[in-house]
Design a protein around this ligand. Structure first.
Ligand code: ACO
Length: 326
């Protein structure tokens, strides 16, 4: 079964962008009381990219979008919708999506941001797919872009070692009506506002008039993540009538290698089917899923026709999963 009995929007291309500067665990250990051994053992992270001068969420998003347009072989002028997921916008307003739209030179269509933190890309993808299905636009750019380095407390070793910066983008096209089984087959999204205090930013325009810093109760987040992600994956599989064994690739949010392993084990999923980038990128929040998807397409792992499950969980809590036939 597909959503509403009709195959959803299809992926025409993907792209990604990373800041120039790479920061290793050893480099972090020079300024924070941590070690490469601790970070690798507890998280699988070895390095992250950190935005430098002139690099912002919008500039990374624009570079990722350009790469996705090139991959799709289409002009920016054919994009009628930009949905950008971020928790680290360039400005409180206007939406970073409008900055990307201006940089690409495709003004006039729809452009807005989505705030669902680490699962933002899944929320953005579902939103864009819904708008494309209703005919609001024909082609969309769905982007996840973050500069989390700018909201980290660099003296808090329990959070600052976990995150990195980057952007990923996908070009989506409205369903053709051919119903050939290619495209987004099913999506499930959830939120639980009761869990606000486990993962949040202690600032904002209306509360403190400051940007604030990421605060997290890591072990509790970890436990919720494994349960929620396994559950939402099962929901999507049930809805679409697909078995775990039929999935070619899982592209998960990259928070912690141990979360990826534990979720795969809970589902009975072969670990070699899970795309892992957390070692190189760390947790790039909304950017992590499209970044990993682009990487695995470009290195030849994910091919046309493959059945790919995207999944993520983040602050809120929010979480979701989406099954796509590429
Ligand atoms: N370097 C060295 N020691 C550290 C560091 C560090 N960077 N950070 C914490 N420690 C210490 C702690 O102080 C603690 O010391 P103590 O025992 O003397 O008190 C010890 O290491 C163990 O700390 P825990 O927090 O229990 O370690 P844990 O094994 O749970 O790992 C981690 C922590 C990595 C944060 C883990 O809980 C995690 O990944 N949680 C998921 C959170 C996450 O990824 N959130 C991102 C967004 S949500 C999502 O994407 C799912």
């Amino acid at each position: 079964m597909t959503q509403g009995g009709v195959t959803g929007s299809r992926v025409l291309g993907t792209g990604s962008a990373l800041p120039r500067r790479v920061v290793t665990n050893a480099e972090l250990a020079q300024t924070v009381d941590t070690s490469d051994e601790w970070i690798v053992a507890r998280t699988g992270i070895r390095q992250r990219h950190i935005a430098g001068e002139g690099e912002t969420t919008a500039s990374l998003a624009t570079a990722a979008a350009r790469a996705a347009l090139e991959d799709a072989g289409i002009e920016a002028s054919s994009i009628g919708l930009i949905v950008l997921a971020t928790a680290t916008p360039d400005n409180t307003f206007p939406a970073t999506a409008t900055k990307v739209q201006a940089a690409l030179g495709c003004q006039g269509g729809i452009a807005f941001d989505v705030a669902a933190v680490c699962s933002g890309f899944l929320y953005a993808l579902a939103t864009a797919d819904s708008l494309l299905r209703t005919g609001m636009a024909k082609r969309a750019l769905v982007i996840g872009a973050e500069t989390f380095s700018r909201i980290l407390d660099w003296e808090d070793r329990t959070t600052c070692v976990l995150f990195g910066d980057g952007a990923g983008a996908v070009v989506l096209e409205a369903p053709s009506g051919a119903n050939d089984g290619v495209g987004i087959l099913g999506t499930k999204l959830h939120a639980d506002g009761d869990q606000h205090d486990l993962l949040y930013v202690d600032g904002g325009p209306s509360s403190t008039q400051t940007v604030g810093h990421v605060r997290m109760r890591g072990p509790e987040v970890f436990r919720h993540a494994v349960v929620n992600l396994a559950d939402v994956l099962k929901e999507v599989l049930e809805d679409t009538g697909v078995s775990v064994a039929e999935i070619d690739w899982v592209v998960p949010h990259q928070a912690n290698a141990r979360i990826l392993d534990a979720t795969a084990r809970k589902l009975g999923l072969a670990p070699e089917k899970v795309v892992v980038t957390v070692d190189r990128h760390a947790n790039t929040s909304a950017a992590s899923v499209p970044l990993a998807l682009d990487l695995a397409r470009r290195d030849g792992r994910i091919k046309q026709g493959d059945l790919v499950m995207l999944e993520a969980m983040g602050g809120g809590f929010t979480w979701g999963a989406s099954l796509i036939r590429m």
